[in-house]
Every structure is written in structure tokens, then in C-alpha cells.
Design a protein around this ligand. Sequence first.
Ligand SMILES: Nc1ncnc2c1ncn2[C@@H]1O[C@H](COP(=O)(O)OP(=O)(O)OP(=O)(O)O)[C@@H](O)[C@H]1O
Ligand SMILES: [Mg+2]
Length: 288
Amino acid sequence: MNTIEISHLEKVFNMKKKALKNINLHIQNGMFGILGRNGSGKSTLMNILATLIPATKGKVTVNDISIKETKRIRGLIGYLPQDFDFYPSMKVEEVLYYLGILSNISKSQLKNRITEVLEKVNLVSYRRQKVKNLSGGMKKRLGIAQAIIHNPSIIIVDEPTAGLDPEERVRLRNLLAHLAKDRIVIISTHIVSDIASTCEQIAILEQGSFAYTGSINGLIQSSNHKVFELTIKPSQLDELKKENLVITKVHEVESHLQIRFVSDELFEAANEVNPDLEDAYMYFLKNI
Ligand SMILES: Nc1ncnc2c1ncn2[C@@H]1O[C@H](COP(=O)(O)OP(=O)(O)OP(=O)(O)O)[C@@H](O)[C@H]1O
Ligand SMILES: [Mg+2]
């Protein structure tokens, strides 16, 4: 079993901007989702775990090794940063060869290892293609391939599905879930559906602090009896928006609108419905 322990972690940029405040977290094998709005601190947390930037305060260990031991930690962690880009004129297998050498894999092992990871990410038939000829989804999968080239126990991927179409999104999600069977996989996102089906445990980052850590079901339960559906005329929408509620979905049904919303107050005229993760997340953000 792999473990990450984070206690009282803090990150201050330029001696004033507190990007992370008193972060405490325990993670074990499986997929862990970090959900948060733009600027909430997701990448900062991931960069610290990947040893790219130092923490200002606090303690982090990976399999009982302090992240200050950067060399040992880098051997344990595979990382796909948010804005990862490759040399466009390099071939897929050249990218992996080059990054494999940087990861200290011996040349004799590297050839087999490249084939193995290309099989895992389903890019074997593209191994001699230039990176610039790959689609966005294929580039992300190549990004995952480089992150796992040294067979790390922990994989960290920052906003992996940004810019991908729905089919590629599902494919990437399934790949990460598969890798998480015997590893820790941490993904960050601001898209709820990215983590709804694959992550059992999640954390919500809000302005550098965890607003929630725990199971997805726990979060959903906290918004029980707070989600409603109501059918209205389009002209009533502005009126409804003045109420203290958050609209999570709007469907056009013939000449009417079907509105789904979260609210702390009971709405007599509306039907109470079971919350999904998106409702729960919106309800949570409304109340912090
Ligand atoms: N190198 C830096 N120097 C100064 N401030 C920084 C630096 N990196 C991040 N920040 C600030 O820290 C906060 C958190 O940024 P971070 O990139 O971690 O957020 P994020 O949740 O990853 O956002 P996004 O969803 O947009 O990727 C932001 O206010 C950002 O401006
Ligand atoms: Mg980010």
C-alpha cells in the first residue's frame, strides 16, 4: 500500500500570497480527486508533491519518505503538469526515450519499457508519428506514458481532461482508473464529471484551504433535501434568479423550461430530487 501524508502544509508566494493554508490530507492507493475553481491552489499543491517547488511550512511524506529527499521522491512519482508540451518535431518513441533517460532508466531496459507504456496508453501504432501530428487526446495519453515510464507508485495529473472531447475524456478517465488499481493516482479538475465516476475520495480546494475532504457519497448526502426541479415559463426565469438559490441545470421542454436548482429553503412548488455530485458541489460552493 502506498501512502501520502500531508500535515499543516502552507505555501506563500513572494512573501505575501498564501496559495495554500494549513492543508492536511492522507491518501492511499486508488484515485483521489482534487476539485477546485481556477486559482484555488490545485497546481500549487501538485507542484509541491512533485517536488518542483518547495513548501513554505508543513510536512509531506510519500511512503514515509520526506519530500525534501527530492531524488528518492522523484523515483516514486510520475507527474503530468497542466501545461505539458513536447517538442513537436520529435517522434512519440523519441520523446519517451529522451524522458526515460532523464529518469535514469538504462538504455537496455528502455526499449521494452517504451513498448509497455505505449500499450498501456494505446499508442503503439503511433510510435513513429511526430508529436505535432497527434490529436489533443493522444498528446495527453503520451503525457501519461511519460509520467509512468519509470513505473512510479504515485501518479499526479493536473487537469488531464482539459480540451478533450467527451470520448477522449472517458478513455483517459478509464486509463487512470486502471492505473490506480495498485497505485495512488491524484487528479485535479474543475469539472465534476471527471471525478464523479472514478474517484471515491475527493478534496475540494477553495482559496488555498480544503473546504471538504472525504467520500463523494458523503458530499452528495450533505445536499440531501436541498435540490429541486421546477417547470416554469421562460419569462419567469429572471424572477427565479432573484431567489437565494443556485441553478445547476436548465432544460428546454417544448415551450417551458425545466430548472434544477439547489436551495436551503424548501420550495413548495418544486419537486425535491436526489442530488448528484454536480448539485452537491454547487451547494457546497454556495455555502462557503
Ligand atoms: N509562481 C507563483 N507566484 C505567485 N503566485 C502564484 C504562483 N503560482 C501560483 N500563484 C497564485 O497562487 C494561487 C493558486 O494558483 P494555482 O495555479 O495553484 O491554482 P489552480 O487551482 O491550479 O488554478 P487553475 O484551475 O487555473 O489551474 C493563485 O492565486 C495564483 O495566482
Ligand atoms: Mg492549475
